[in-house]
Design a protein around this ligand. Structure first.
Ligand SMILES: [Zn+2]
Length: 356
């Protein structure tokens, strides 16, 4: 028996599942796992079905206001439909076991997992259960892009292996809740990327940001998380990773995807640029950058210099002065002086970065 579970990034549903699984395991004493960029290795030693189920059920209760403990049925309308305490424990067991069964001459169908590619031999009754059913259907119906190569609504032949089943059932855990423009509308987001390290970081930055206010726009949340990442990690990302950062936005059973234009992602992930933006510390300037309105920075600079002159002459700044479009602290001479040294540098770096 292998002593560890190794997981590689796949589609967003699975990646969210892996992050959710880590949260489940995070509450268990002595669990050891290692996050490498390309994979996650979890030591099986010390893991047991009972404890994993308890933690999963607790997190599920917090998140979805439903629980499976003691449930023997009656869960048709639940997020994970038709599941019971036992069926979930079965899935945990499969994850912990070594399922390869190499050399065994079991009869049945040889299936290939749509997510991890592993093959598995199952009998006919089990085959039915292996198909993507409403056990995950709640979310999958909403999201044809999750499995881009399949027309599974017409031909529901996506198959999930035993090892991936429980992981998929953890996908709801890392979603972060925010408030939509309509207060009754619950929006949940998860930031996905091809790297587990990056996924975990970005989602935790987003979570921190949302602790201050639940009303941020998705664009802003992603932008700020990228900025934080650049400043804290000071690492260069490959183009493939950079271009594949996206936010999964869940509104009820509807799934949307949001990403920033490549140029903006590139800019926010640059350590020097990110630091300059942070130093300026002005939401209006940040919004211009997020919107890709870079030439506005030149204008901001012009009005800033004008304002500095006015302030030096002790002139009053009118509430409708163009400077107010760019700065909140437009009356603060010391602040503007500081920014006047940073903004031109920032503008230059941005142009350099996007090759204009
Ligand atoms: Zn699999």
């Amino acid at each position: 028996m292998e002593d560890k579970i190794i997981l590689y990034p796949s589609n967003w549903l699975y990646n969210a599942g892996v992050v959710g699984l880590l949260k489940v395991l995070g509450n268990i004493k002595d669990v050891k796992y290692e996050i490498k960029d390309g994979s996650i290795e979890i030591q099986k030693k010390g893991l047991n079905i009972e404890e994993i189920f308890e933690n999963w059920d607790e997190l599920t209760k917090n998140k979805l206001k439903i629980y499976y403990k003691g449930k023997k049925g009656g869960t048709q309308k639940y997020y994970y439909a038709n599941q019971t305490e036992n069926s979930i424990k079965e899935k945990i067991k499969s994850l912990l076991e070594n399922n390869k069964k190499e050399g065994s001459k079991r009869r049945g169908f040889n299936i290939f997992c749509s997510i991890c590619g592993a093959s598995e031999i199952v009998n006919t009754t089990k085959l039915q259960k292996k198909m993507l059913t409403q056990a995950y259907g709640n979310i999958l119906l909403a999201s044809a892009r999750t499995f881009p190569n399949s027309y599974w609504m017409l031909n529901p032949r996506e198959i999930i292996c035993s090892k991936c089943e429980f992981i998929l059932m953890c996908h709801h855990i890392p979603f972060i809740t925010l408030e939509g423009s309509n207060k009754n509308e619950k929006i949940e987001i998860f930031i996905n990327s091809p790297s587990f390290t990056l996924i975990i970081d970005l989602n935790s930055f987003a979570e921190n940001l949302l602790q201050k206010s639940k009303e941020y726009e998705v664009r802003k949340i992603l932008g700020s998380s990228l900025l934080q990442w650049a400043i804290k990690r000071r690492t260069l990302l490959g183009a493939w990773t950079m271009m594949n950062i996206e936010v999964i936005v869940k509104k009820g059973s509807i799934i949307d995807y949001f990403d920033l234009p490549p140029d903006i992602t590139k800019i926010l992930l640059d350590y020097e640029i990110a630091s300059l933006i942070e130093e300026i510390n002005e939401e209006k300037i940040f919004n211009l950058i997020l919107a890709g309105k870079f030439s506005e920075l030149e204008k901001a600079n012009y009005f800033m210099l004008k304002t500095i002159l006015k302030l030096k002459k002790k002139e009053e700044i009118n509430k409708n002065d163009p400077i107010t479009k760019y700065f909140t602290k437009y009356n603060d001479l010391q602040y503007l002086r500081k920014v006047s040294l940073i903004l031109p540098k920032l503008y230059g770096k941005i142009l350099e970065k996007i090759g204009r």
